[in-house]
Ligand binder design. Structure first.
Ligand code: HPA
Ligand code: ZN
Length: 340
């Protein structure tokens, strides 16, 4: 391993774009299916892993939603959340903001209570046992209606104080941000931070809608913004964070190779970018592998890596004191790890 790869692995960082349903390792997926008496199309972890070969976002989402079926009981939600946060502890991810999309589960009769008790219980234990901070992001499906998104918002209000933000994912093209203007206004009115996936497969116009119509605090992905110079200028001026997911973009054919990934251009244009894993087992890497691969393929400097790590804390939905403390931990790390 290169010095820089090792430097990245040990560097304090946050992850802000990771879907809990997309964090299930194949072995765990099979074990959960067995535990819940659910028949999957794959018999072995290797067979499942071989299925992680996607042609598009929709192709991936079909498998991702199929995998959601193995999550039924409170313990299932606890186990996958705890496993991901253990990985964070091993990878120096000191703060993690995790999406979950309750609509996939409540439509099958899983109660929101068991989902929330499982996830929040694991977050509490990870904090107590490993000192890992985390935030929960409730994600609505963009292929469903705005009325359904508003019903989801109502249903999570009893946990308002435990929800770090509201997001939106699912098939992007044909489901523009403009479909959810009232929903995002209502999220803001109730005091929630917000983000939406935009510019992953959709056009720059969707990223503009996310900012101008929805006023989101962060944009998830945002890659297509580079096609619109005035939008780039808007993102730069307002310093709206983009949670970029390089290996996800590679595996879902958003980019033909990591060498062609827009992250480097985003950094050069002064955009507020962070690097994240999205759905780590599906896309072949956690946040460290994403950082190591983009560093290698785009020739990023040590300063670029430090910018990305500091951005990950600065873009988090945490207070300014916590941000400063985390950023100081990076400066402290650098002071003790001079690179050749
Ligand atoms: N895009 C949209 N929806 C998603 C994604 C994504 O990258 N990952 C999980 N749900
Ligand atoms: Zn995502």
């Amino acid at each position: 391993m290169t010095h820089l790869a090792e430097f990245i692995r040990q560097l304090p960082k946050a992850e802000l774009h990771m879907h809990l349903e997309g964090s299930i390792e194949p072995e765990v997926m099979l074990a959960l299916a067995e535990r819940n008496g659910i028949k999957l199309r794959w018999e072995t972890a290797d067979a499942l892993r071989r299925a992680y070969d996607f042609s598009s976002l929709q192709d991936f989402l079909n498998l991702y939603f199929e995998g959601c079926r193995v999550l039924v009981q409170q313990q299932d939600f606890y186990d996958i959340t705890r496993a991901y946060l253990r990985k964070c502890a091993a990878d120096q991810v000191l703060h993690a903001e995790m999406f979950i999309g309750p609509q996939s589960f409540t439509e099958r009769g899983v109660t929101l209570q068991s989902l929330m008790d499982g996830v929040l219980g694991a977050m509490d234990d990870a904090h107590r046992e490993d000192g890992i901070g985390s935030g929960l992001l409730i994600s609505a499906h963009r292929h469903r209606t705005e009325t359904e998104a508003l019903a989801l918002l109502d249903s999570i209000m009893p946990w308002q104080d435990r929800v770090a933000g509201i997001g939106m994912g699912g098939p992007e093209v044909g489901n523009p941000p403009s479909k959810f203007v009232s929903f995002f206004a209502e999220c803001k009115r109730r005091g929630f931070k917000t983000s939406i996936h935009a510019g992953e497969e959709g056009p720059a116009a969707y990223v503009r809608e996310a900012i101008e119509l929805l006023n989101v605090d962060r944009v998830d992905h945002g890659n297509a913004a580079l096609n619109d110079p005035s939008l780039v200028e808007l993102l730069r001026q307002r310093q709206i964070p983009l949670t970029v997911c390089p290996l996800s973009n590679l595996r879902l054919k958003g980019v033909r190779s990591l060498e062609l990934h827009p992250l480097r251009r985003m950094l050069e244009k002064g955009l507020f970018v962070t690097v994240n894993s999205d759905d780590p087992p599906y896309f072949g890497g956690y946040v460290n592998e994403n950082l190591i691969e983009v560093q290698r393929c785009l020739g990023l400097s040590r300063e670029d890596i430090l910018t990305l790590a500091k951005n990950s804390f600065r873009a988090a939905f945490i207070d300014e004191t916590a941000k400063s403390r985390f950023v100081a931990s990076i400066d402290d790390y650098v002071a003790h790890h001079p690179l050749p």
